[in-house]
Design a protein around this ligand. Structure first.
Ligand SMILES: Cc1cc2nc3c(=O)[nH]c(=O)nc-3n(C[C@H](O)[C@H](O)[C@H](O)COP(=O)(O)OP(=O)(O)OC[C@H]3O[C@@H](n4cnc5c(N)ncnc54)[C@H](O)[C@@H]3O)c2cc1C
Length: 435
């Protein structure tokens, strides 16, 4: 497979309609000429009647798939159809963590490949995505939990991925605010993936949209898919709020809406949709420079570059397409935060939001063909799909371009549920809310 280019390819339309390359020199030139040379970051074409590939959903995975189709496979007759503006889906709603500290070897390989792409993403896209490898620290609070983490870390190290055991003392050095001996769940130690960290989420959407557009892809906003047209065997195109758009291949990359969209083509998916919340506090001086996860409840927190503490937890636990969330979860997460770092009790929460999660029966994603010829699915990301965006894009582009699964995503087919080869990362069984 050819490597991703280091810079985005030149495309005549991008010369006309987008801002051109970003660089220090360009910034200086614009600064002294009154910033009159900037224009929109990506073109705003109207949908054409037909494309070779239509990607439904302008989130991280849809845009990345389009970008890699154009730049790695030379397929530019591609449209990304997004019902709203770019970046308002989960790609702009997540807590921005990237890591590859998984347990199953297939998942470790896939997410590690993704982490390697994040490490060079800004050069690949010519866009500042604020990639920050500040480390991901998972705490353990019981001997059993330590054994589980040790097993996971050993598995990672066997596959050449960074994972370190961390003593209580080192945890305290890394997170001075922590109360190691808190009355509820004293901290026994932790596991660190030093290369894990955060990436500014909306910059990822904007960077991929801009680079895909410059590579020749039509990124079309405010274009909702209302139906999928197929014959007995094959997909023919999509009905949209801006008319019918024909396609040889339709790829669904709609995250929490996967089951609804697949149902338009008569396909039932092993997915439930749930809501997951995130919270941001007021900004304070730097107090936390790792991504921290707390073992007893599902709680994770990092500090944004603006100073707010960004935190989240588990699913609210009921099926919904509402992007709101409930108060009990807000309360549970506040309790976790204060147990772990009592000083946080003095912070005010400024913002809260929810996003809808496409939870699969085994907690692992789907990059797969479907029973309808030409209908491809990228979905089932549960609440871990942000970190997967570069690898998800590359492997979905591979499936579209070659018709065969990418070796790194070969375990993500729909057929695993029929054959029993599920990849149950958490060992939770077939309960989507539990993954
Ligand atoms: C609160 C929260 C915290 C999270 N934290 C993390 C984290 O720290 N790390 C991590 O790895 N992952 C995290 N995730 C998960 C991650 O954000 C998602 O798994 C991932 O973003 C999903 O892929 P996407 O970016 O393509 O989805 P989206 O951005 O949701 O893209 C799907 C797009 O499809 C569009 N769409 C839907 N229906 C239609 C239609 N009919 N027609 C046209 N367009 C349509 C939507 O508008 C949307 O823009 C979190 C998610 C949430 C909500």
């Amino acid at each position: 497979m050819p490597a991703a280019p280091d810079t985005i390819p030149t495309h005549s339309r991008s010369e006309r309609e987008s801002s051109g390359g970003y660089s220090g020199w360009r910034l200086l030139r614009e600064a002294i000429t009154g910033h009159r040379g900037w224009s929109r970051a990506w073109a705003k074409p109207a949908p054409r009647p037909r494309y070779r590939v239509v990607i439904v959903g302008g989130g991280g995975h849809g845009l990345a798939t389009a970008f890699y189709l154009a730049t790695q496979y030379g397929i530019t007759d591609v449209a990304v159809l997004e019902r709203g503006p770019i970046g308002l889906g989960n790609v702009g709603r997540n807590t921005t963590f990237v890591r590859s500290n998984y347990f199953h070897p297939q998942n470790i390989r896939f997410y590690e490949f993704s982490l390697q792409q994040w490490e060079k993403l800004e050069q690949t896209l010519n866009f500042n995505a604020m990639v920050s490898q500040r480390g991901t620290l998972n705490l353990f609070h019981t001997e059993a939990q330590r054994d589980l983490f040790t097993r996971r870390a050993n598995q990672m190290r066997l596959l050449g991925v960074d994972a370190e055991a961390v003593s209580r003392e080192r945890v305290k050095a890394l997170v001075p605010l922590i109360d190691l001996d808190n009355g509820r769940y004293p901290v026994l130690g932790g596991f660190l993936q030093p290369r894990g960290g955060t990436v500014r989420h909306d910059a990822v959407a904007w960077g991929y949209a801009r680079a895909a557009s410059a590579a020749g892809v039509d990124v079309i906003e405010q274009c909702e898919i209302t139906g999928i047209v197929r014959d007995a065997k094959r997909v023919k195109g999509v009905e949209t709020t801006r008319g019918f758009v024909g396609a040889d291949i339709v790829c669904l990359a709609v995250a929490g809406h996967s089951s609804r969209l697949a149902a338009m083509a008569g396909v039932t998916l092993p997915i439930e949709t749930h809501v997951l919340q995130a919270f941001v506090t007021e900004a304070v001086k730097p107090v936390l420079d790792v991504v921290l996860t707390y073992g007893p409840s599902h709680f994770y927190v990092s500090q944004s570059d603006k100073g707010g503490l960004v935190y989240g937890g588990g699913l609210d636990g009921y099926n919904t397409y509402g992007q709101r969330g409930t108060l009990p979860m807000a309360e549970e997460l506040a309790a976790s935060a204060v147990t772990l770092m009592p000083g946080l009790a003095r912070l005010r929460v400024l913002r809260q939001w929810g996003g809808v999660m496409d939870m699969t029966m085994d907690g692992s994603p789907l990059i797969t063909r479907t029973p309808v010829d030409g209908l491809i699915l990228n979905g089932g990301w549960c609440y871990g799909g942000f970190k997967a965006i570069p690898a998800g894009g590359i492997t979905t582009a591979h499936l579209i371009a070659t018709g065969a699964p990418h070796p790194l995503a070969a375990h993500m087919g729909l057929e695993r549920f029929a054959s029993g080869h599920t990849v149950d990362e958490r060992g939770a069984g077939p309960y989507p809310y539990a993954h």
